[in-house]
Design a protein around this ligand. Structure first.
Ligand code: XMP
Length: 318
């Protein structure tokens, strides 16, 4: 019978045997999977695990600082690298979704590579890949149908890095990953987090990305997510977020005409992200959040709620 305690014990022993005295590099994303992988490896090899947490400038509001502190608090050997400017520069003017994904993936690898090279004699690259990542990745790239979206977190590093790959969670499903994290005493704040895509807000800003749009969307997203938490809805939803649409519409504020941006809120129920249903959030909640967003976020005068399920709509809009 599978239990998280037994999994931790066996995996730690196996990791110690496999890795020996080598150094391991791991990219933390702020998400559940890479965080649990890191804690597991930290238990096995301590500070010989070198974690790198990159700020791509497309994270949620205050995410980089907050999560970096949490990681340090859990005793991880982690370096935070703020590469926001590098990402925004590379993305400037690009609106095609797949090109945006590829740019974000490429810059991430460049930044990660620079950092990884500063860890002398590293032999291993650890990844928080879980079982469904492998399925989605295979079906999205190897199947008869064309690539749906290029996820860049599976098998993403250039060959010349010559690092051996270690993926301690590769046979687990998300709920098992959370149970493993809990059995190692990780904070529920980290374990209960919604999934968040590697390209971050970059694929939730439709059209081209600018620093201003990122900060508008961060504000909107923060109001939505904090609202979900306040109303006790956060844990009932599998994933939620906001999209900044490339649409201006006419509104009225006081007795002034406005012509501003529209945001879409999305909340879904799912088990693995492969299929998803939109969530029937209470109208009172949507009403409150919509008011807050329009009153507090400059540049937004309209909020809509996405009532599409996957398939045929995907969870992210790009
Ligand atoms: P879609 O939009 O394909 O999303 O229905 C399914 C799930 O995958 C997440 N997602 C990603 N996760 N890198 C990731 O780590 C990516 O490039 C990526 N694209 C989508 C999405 O947030 C949802 O949970």
């Amino acid at each position: 019978d599978w239990t998280p305690d037994a999994f931790v014990e066996t995996t730690v022993r196996e990791l110690q045997g496999e890795i020996g005295d080598d150094k391991v590099i791991l990219g933390l994303s702020g998400g559940v999977d890479s965080s649990v992988a890191a804690i597991l490896l930290n238990k096995a090899i301590g500070n010989r695990l070198h974690c790198i947490f990159v700020n791509n400038g497309l994270l949620r509001k205050n995410e980089f600082e907050t999560v970096l502190e949490q990681y340090k608090g859990m005793g991880l050997n982690v370096k935070g690298v703020d590469a926001s400017a590098r990402f925004l520069e590379a993305l400037a003017g690009e609106s095609e979704p797949e090109k945006k994904r590829k740019i974000i993936g490429r810059v991430f690898i460049d930044v990660f590579d620079d950092e990884a090279h500063q860890v002398e004699n590293a032999k291993w690259l650890a990844q928080g890949t879980i079982y469904p990542d492998r399925i989605e990745s295979v079906s999205a790239s190897g199947g008869p149908s064309a690539t749906i979206k290029s996820h860049h977190n599976v098998g993403g590093l250039p060959d010349y890095m010559k690092l051996k790959i270690v993926e301690p969670l590769k046979l687990l499903f998300k709920d098992e990953v959370r149970r493993v994290g809990a059995s190692m005493g990780m904070p529920t704040g980290i374990l209960g987090r919604h999934p968040f895509p590697g390209p971050g807000l970059g694929i939730r800003i439709l059209g081209d990305i600018t620093a201003e749009k990122v900060s508008i969307l961060q504000e909107v997203d923060a109001i939505f997510i904090e609202g979900l938490k306040k109303w006790g809805l956060y844990d009932k939803v599998w994933q939620a977020g906001a999209m900044l649409l490339p649409v201006n519409s006419v509104g009225v504020m006081g007795d002034e005409r406005t012509y501003e941006k529209c945001v879409a809120l999305r909340a879904v129920e799912s088990t693995d992200g492969m299929t998803a249903d939109w969530v029937n959030l209470p109208y009172e909640f949507l009403q409150k959040v919509s008011n807050d967003i329009i009153n507090k976020v400059k540049g937004v005068n309209r909020v809509v709620y996405d009532i599409s399920s996957k398939p045929p709509a995907t969870i992210e809009w790009e």
